[in-house]
Design a protein around this ligand. Sequence first.
Ligand SMILES: Cc1cc2nc3c(=O)[nH]c(=O)nc-3n(C[C@H](O)[C@H](O)[C@H](O)COP(=O)(O)OP(=O)(O)OC[C@H]3O[C@@H](n4cnc5c(N)ncnc54)[C@H](O)[C@@H]3O)c2cc1C
Length: 487
Amino acid sequence: MTTTDPTTPEPHAGKKVLERDVVVIGAGISGLMTARRLTQAGRSVAVLEARERVGGRTWSDTIDGEFFEIGGQWVSSDQDALKALLRELGKETFQRYREGDSVYISRDGARHTFQGDFPVGESTLAEIDRLVEALDELASQIDAAAPWEHPRAAELDRIQFSSWLHSLSEDEEAIRIVDHYIAAGMLTKHSHTFSVLQAMLMVASAEKFEHLIDEGILLDERVVGGMQSVSEQIAAELGDDVVHLGTPVRRLEWAAGEEGAAADGQPGRVTAHGDRVTVTARFAVVAVPPNLYSAIEYVPALPRPRLVAHQHQSMGLVIKAQAAYPTPFWREDGLSGTGFASHERVCEVYDNTVAGDEHGMIVGFIVGERAEDIWALPEEERRRAVLESFAAYFGEQALEPIAFYLSDWGSEEWTRGAYAASYDLGGLSRWGHLQNEPVGPLFFASSDIQGAGYMHVDGGVRIGTDTAARLDTAFRAAGVEPALLSV
Ligand SMILES: Cc1cc2nc3c(=O)[nH]c(=O)nc-3n(C[C@H](O)[C@H](O)[C@H](O)COP(=O)(O)OP(=O)(O)OC[C@H]3O[C@@H](n4cnc5c(N)ncnc54)[C@H](O)[C@@H]3O)c2cc1C
């Protein structure tokens, strides 16, 4: 049913009013996956998306004639849910270029090339192994879907990850390397700002530390046409009647089912007020990153524990820097394009060339305070600073790209950081158990509150599928068969 709402003083005249089984807020992979599975189960759905595009933190675009992955792009070899979806959609993938030597720049500025283990001393290598063993041992005790249930959860959540590493080792280089993978590489926060429990969730979500550091596993494949095309295809199959762009949801009015407050997760009544569309439904799925929950007004307000909990999840900050060149010139020097230098402005780099493209591309990452420093520079200086860092890995040729792009997720209103949201010290053990619980008819879905595949596209696929299944169960338990409410 589609009508025009005559009452609301919204900015868009002729605003649509829809009635659906479920309204999904956010057309990132989590929201779209929820909608895909629900419609496949015969439920009617509307997806309201703030931006004028789908895909959220996946975004593929051509800039100055070059193809850029501005957001999430890599498919890890162990990400079964995403890989199954790619097969379902008939999407093709290609492997990241990885032949040749990697580059390691040590703290004294010396540049080394290597294959296999980092070119550090034997004792540092042994110390890295020991730290990784300690991490894996602890992470093996953690259920990524419920880290707060670990018997020592509260204690582990009080200890800064940086302090914990220093309590285990005196080898600064080993600590810096292990720290780098979790702090700069994943959570994109400084390791004194998050806990051991939060770090263990990261490890447990990928099963073991090796899956986060072995770029052969982690950065295995890319999607032909770009990662955003996954969301675009899902949205196209759902159709314009389901996916509504340019429609930020400002207010969610909700009422629990007949059982009142006890009816959590049961069909109730929800009205989602978006700028262009208002949707009334039996359930809402809030599929936005947790740091944005508070940007929506809830009527009535969410229960106090949720309002408090939502203040404890924040986005990390990383700049994804990319430069395109006439050729992948580093390959002629026998280099794979992979490089690490934890003290460099750009702390890690990879060959980001699209398979078959004669142009070459380098991608690098600038994390936390260094990212803030970079954004504080005038544009030309900023570009120069990043390219000089690329040149430290690959030589002077890196200073002359044919296209250059810095992903600025921190200034995107509908994201506000990158890659993802995580808890502050003590937050995960105190508030984590609430994150996947519905409030009345409101469900929450984001890669940032998912166990396996946490903070990754794979996690979005998983939580979307899971949320749709939970809603279908709730509908059936309430005796609401598919299509009964469909319009
Ligand atoms: C730079 C970068 C690199 C990354 N690299 C990788 C990678 O290589 N591999 C990988 O697997 N993952 C990667 N990730 C992470 C991955 O992209 C995310 O985990 C995943 O895309 C999150 O999906 P989501 O649907 O949960 O959230 P999002 O993609 O954030 O989607 C949420 C959607 O909600 C919308 N929204 C927000 N508020 C409202 C509102 N009030 N009303 C309506 N709509 C709203 C947003 O516009 C957005 O479209 C990367 C992320 C970034 C930023």
